[in-house]
Design a protein around this ligand. Sequence first.
Ligand SMILES: *Cc1c(COP(=O)(O)O)cnc(C)c1O
Length: 390
Amino acid sequence: MKQQRLKSLNVPLLMTPGPTQVRENVRRVRAAEMTNPDLEPEFFKFYRKTCLKLASFLNTKSQVLILSGEGMVALDSACASLTEAGDRVLILDNGIFGEGFADMVQVYGAEPVVFKGERTRGLSAEDLRAFLEQDSDFKFATIVHCDTPSGVLNDLKEICPLLKSYGILTVVDAVSSMVSEPLFIDDWGIDICMGASQKGFSAPPGLAFVSVSNEAWTAIENRKTPVPSYYCNLPLWKNYYEELWFPYTPPIGDIYAFRAALDNILKEGGAFKRHRKIAKAVRKAVIRSGLSLYLVSDYCGSVTAIRVPEGLNGEEIVQKMKEEYGVLIGGNFGYLKGNVIRIGHMGENAREKYVSETLKALQLTLESLSISFFADMESVFLKETGKKKR
Ligand SMILES: *Cc1c(COP(=O)(O)O)cnc(C)c1O
């Protein structure tokens, strides 16, 4: 019944690895009456309190900022604010987002040096150590916590302290891992950590988050040349609260909504556990059924990447599943386009009822394309999570 209703409204069950489903209490808050956020001291307090709550959730004493624009604004702000022409920047690359940082720092005149890892598993700290013994003259390094197209999870707890031991600042893209995986920004030595509203937080797209350590602020303040951007200029934000001044009007409705989404997560507690359990059960269902996972190890709790059976096209599977069953999963891009599809079980998506419906729809879709299965994915999943098939 529910699925039919969704179908008739033409709103699919959203199971992409971002944007994710937004809970009703978050959508309602977004519609609240608004004040002028540039002029209202109460809003400055609300903004600051929201930043502090987020910092505490991410286990950091670093300043945390909420920027307007989706995830890329956080990435661009970090690159624009840290990079000066001629800087050598180490790009840790074992996926599409990892690779992308090379282009981003080049925009600001850096010389990117790429450390390439295998695509189907986490970066090896041992190989990185060997690399750094030969060459460690970098201002900062970029690392992706979960590289979303493959879902590979990199071990920040090993990698960041290693980089720090060579005096290299660490810039971490945690856009798709925040909420799904634990993050200990201070304990792990992360100088700049970046997130976004539309992934694990399950808030609408439109906000980006950055934490900036004191060491990172010092590096930014010691630049010889000004930050070559206005919109992506982190130092402009540093004293917003003392000065009661924002560099641009904050999107107040989005920030209200984000706060409600964050409060949902804080109230729930244990979001990591929920993600782990769901992710593990999805992998089991995939393997038992005879499909294969893209990764060989180091799976993130937020997304599962599945290899497309021989002879089929991933993008066509995604379309067919949406049209026939009203469930939208993720296709892919870059070298994974067509070959790997993804179930985004992050944030509100990571609920048994949604994931089981998704697995059922995926199996029916593939069966209609003449793929046979060794097991019923929905049943395996539900058995694993301790629920019976309805
Ligand atoms: C989603 C995402 C971003 C932000 O990109 P979008 O333009 O919002 O898709 C950045 N990094 C990672 C790892 C992401 O998953």
